[in-house]
Design a protein around this ligand. Structure first.
Ligand SMILES: [Zn+2]
Length: 293
């Protein structure tokens, strides 16, 4: 009977498994796609370091793909770039295996409570204790291997965004503080706002420039690897949209009027329908700037 149930379970699990893609970014460094968000994996003798963990339903397939990488081994460190499920789905598995899970303190606070987004009713359950980040910070930190990380305090996407910089391969992971494909989610319920998108992108520019190497590969949570030129173009675009929305707010307009005014008109051909993004962005201005908020 046991053999039969295993025989049934395996093909089912196989059919459900996502296809995890692997792209090499540098020595011992890989970008894994298909788990729900981009995942960065640094392999080597010091143990595996991961930036983000995909969705929980893909955690098993992702773990298999990580184990199959050259010079792979035990995952010792997992970064959560923010609290969203696309980033924290491997937390339970790796937390139970004893990994250090690093997050900005605000991310840990969000993961300790149930959350409901007011605009669509989507619910997120808090994580179990073992799945919660077990090493948090406020400003910045570094690993013994030279990997540096820090807070993106502008609230680009949430109020707990972090970056991870891998100097050896010159790769900067920025989670959803930059978006590589389409319009970003503006999660103003947990702190993100349109002004923070601009501020976060400017911070990414300054991190890259400060390091003196303008060829840094910037890896967002969604979409392809970005260059500094891509980030600069995004600063211009989101800055323009931010200014227009601000002007409409000052004239007493509301979110629906903002959408109708088409403040992202010249970017639509490249970026797609902006209505949802504009509505959330305008609401985020209310959340941040209204005197009675
Ligand atoms: Zn996100």
């Amino acid at each position: 009977m046991k053999a039969a149930s295993v025989g049934l379970a395996a093909p089912f699990a196989f059919a459900q498994a996502p296809k995890i893609t692997t792209t090499q970014l540098g020595d011992n460094l890989y970008l894994l796609g298909g788990a729900g968000a981009n995942v960065i994996v640094r392999t080597g003798a010091e143990g595996v370091v991961m930036v983000d963990g995909g969705l929980a339903q893909n955690a098993g397939a992702l773990a298999q793909a990580v184990a199959a990488l050259p010079n792979s081994g035990l995952v010792r460190t997992l970064f959560n770039t923010h609290w969203h499920p696309e980033q924290t789905g491997s937390n339970e598995r790796l937390g139970m295996a004893g990994a250090t899970i690093i997050a900005q303190e605000n991310t840990r606070l969000w993961l300790q409570q149930n959350i409901t987004w007011p605009w669509n009713g989507q619910k997120f359950k808090k994580l179990s204790k073992v799945a919660q980040p077990n090493k948090t910070f406020y400003d910045k930190g570094a690993l013994d291997s030279g990997i540096r990380y820090g807070y993106i305090s502008d609230a680009a996407h949430t109020d707990g965004d972090l970056y991870v910089y891998l100097p050896q391969q010159n790769v900067l992971a920025v989670g959803d503080a930059a978006c590589g494909q389409g319009w970003p989610v503006v999660d103003w319920w947990t702190g993100g706002w349109i002004g923070g998108i601009v501020g976060g992108l400017q911070r990414i520019q300054s991190i890259v420039n400060k390091d003196g190497n303008r060829d840094t590969k910037i890896v967002p949570a969604v979409g392809p690897v970005l260059s500094l030129a891509d980030i600069t173009a995004q600063v211009d675009m989101y800055g323009t949209i931010y200014d227009r929305l601000n002007q409409m707010l000052n004239k007493g307009r509301g979110p629906s009027e903002a959408v109708e005014a088409k403040p992202a008109k010249e970017f639509e051909a490249k970026m797609g329908n902006p209505d949802e993004f504009i509505r959330r962005s305008f609401e985020s201005l209310w959340a941040y700037l209204s005197p009675d908020a």
